[in-house]
Design a binder for this molecule. Structure first.
Ligand SMILES: Cc1ncc(COP(=O)(O)O)c(C=O)c1O
Length: 457
């Protein structure tokens, strides 16, 4: 029997009784009609259809539903570093559509080249070559192929509990039960190791007062035993969030070097400022062989992802790494250039760092009044509040977390619950201090409401 928390690893489930009760109170007849049509025409799957409600607008830090209710969007699928529908991104997209709306593969275009130049300028170390594609999942697939082409090895090491996208190759390296269950056979040679998780370390490091790098040593052990691993693939910072020990990535980097494996870092939800630096790996002082970015790269307006790697990996000239119809989409590239422009000009990475510190302090203070909070953690404006029913045993408060989420939604705050019990807070980086304070007040009230209602809401 699957652990309910593992089936909720990427978000709240859509068939719960608590969701039905929330809808009974908040969904009007017009919205209900759309939800019914959505359920009629779309394939059903966990995490999307049937949906919670329907939106009619999004701007800045808010999304607005059909009934006109506004929610501070601390979910946003991690696309909204610059806020929703940023006017500069929208204008850049409109101007690009007027000039050149599409670029068939035989051709290139100035906007795409400008974006590639910008990405290699921003990227750490000597990462100097780029491939673009419309989705993060597709970009992970490209990175896996690149590793096979460059090393001649097909094996990978990745982490249990990780997410790298929903396609078969991405779920093979991914480690989430909800995506892998019933979908095999998956890619051969995709080995998995325990993730570095200071709060729930598989080796019990937390019980000894902190991570002792056992996870990094185990990765090296597997690299050595297998002897022919092509790549270690991992999220620099799990977006749950789980923030590894400062030494962790340096240890893995040198293990990869010793055993001839590439280090592929997935920063699809975390790059472009969210963690307090343009790339999360900068905070670990580590340069991967390949970094994969996406989500907010398209400014939350268009889909776009990028693989950025070392020039030495440019070895597949007569092969095919990833030919996507919208590979060098001028419109997506224009959105990305505008987005990066806003992030740089408004210093959004530094802002994420400063506001993140402020929020962490507030959340830590909440631990004194809310017994449900077992742990508070984060990096920049990627924050996690882990709810437990027992602080000593660290028992996941899955039901309570869902109840807090719906209580917060009723008060105008939207966020994701990951791993069943982690309130994952990822606001736009343009959020004001006042709006951040409002969100934390709503969270505080929602926790109180659930605690006072016998913790079940
Ligand atoms: C860490 C990570 N990798 C890959 C992906 C897949 O990106 P996309 O949904 O654009 O295919 C996601 C999406 O949530 C992600 O969070």
């Amino acid at each position: 029997m699957a652990d309910p928390a593992r089936l909720r690893s990427e978000g709240d489930i859509n068939l719960s009784g608590r969701r039905a009760r929330w809808q009974a109170d908040h969904v009007d007849s017009e919205t209900r009609a759309i939800l019914d049509d959505d359920a009629r025409f779309f394939f059903h799957q966990a995490l999307s259809t049937p949906c919670l409600s329907a939106l009619r607008a999004c701007a800045g830090v808010f999304v607005e539903d059909l009934a006109g209710r506004r929610y501070l969007d601390f979910h946003g699928n991690f696309v909204h570093q610059v806020g929703h529908a940023h006017p500069e991104v929208v204008a850049a997209v409109a101007a690009q559509i007027d000039e050149l709306a599409f670029c068939p593969r035989r051709y290139t275009n100035r906007t795409a080249v400008d974006l590639a130049r910008k990405l290699v300028t921003l990227a750490p170390g000597d990462l100097g070559k780029v491939l673009l594609c419309p989705s993060g999942t597709g970009a992970i697939g490209i990175a896996l192929k690149l590793a096979r082409a460059a090393t001649g090895r097909h094996k990978t090491i990745s982490m249990w509990g990780s997410f790298h996208g929903a396609s078969l190759d991405a779920i093979s390296v991914g480690g989430e039960e909800i995506f892998r269950r019933g979908m095999g056979p998956l890619l051969p040679g995709a080995e998995h190791v325990p993730p570095p998780d200071p709060y729930r370390c598989a080796w019990g490091c937390h019980a000894r007062g902190g991570c002792d790098l056992a996870c990094a040593r185990y990765i090296e052990y597997v690299l050595e035993q297998e002897g022919d691993v092509g790549a270690v693939v991992a999220e620099t910072v799990r977006s749950t969030p789980v923030v590894p020990h400062p030494e962790f990535w340096r240890a893995v980097r040198s293990a990869c070097d010793r055993h001839g494996a590439l280090l592929i870092l997935d920063e699809i939800p975390t790059a472009l400022g969210r963690t307090g630096t343009m790339f999360a790996c900068e905070q670990y002082d580590v340069v991967p062989d390949v970094v994969v970015i996406g989500k907010g790269l398209g400014g939350g307006v268009v889909p776009l992802a990028a693989v950025i790697g070392r020039p030495q990996l440019d070895v597949a000239r007569d092969g095919a790494l990833g030919h996507y119809t919208h590979e060098k989409s001028p419109v997506s590239c224009a959105a990305a250039l505008a987005t990066i422009g806003v992030i740089e000009r408004e210093g959004l990475a530094a802002r994420a760092y400063a506001l993140g510190r402020l929020a962490l302090d507030r959340l830590r203070a909440m631990m004194d009044v809310h017994p449900l909070i077992g742990d508070v953690r984060g990096i920049g404006l990627l924050l996690g509040v882990e709810l437990v029913t027992d602080r000593v045993r660290r028992t996941r408060a899955v039901e309570e977390a869902e109840a807090v989420m719906y209580a917060a939604l009723s008060r105008g705050l939207s966020f994701k619950v990951t791993m069943g019990n982690v309130l994952t807070l990822a606001p736009p980086l343009v959020i004001t201090e006042q709006e951040l304070g409002d969100a934390l007040r709503i969270l505080d009230e929602s926790l109180t409401a659930v605690e006072h209602s016998g913790r079940r809401g």
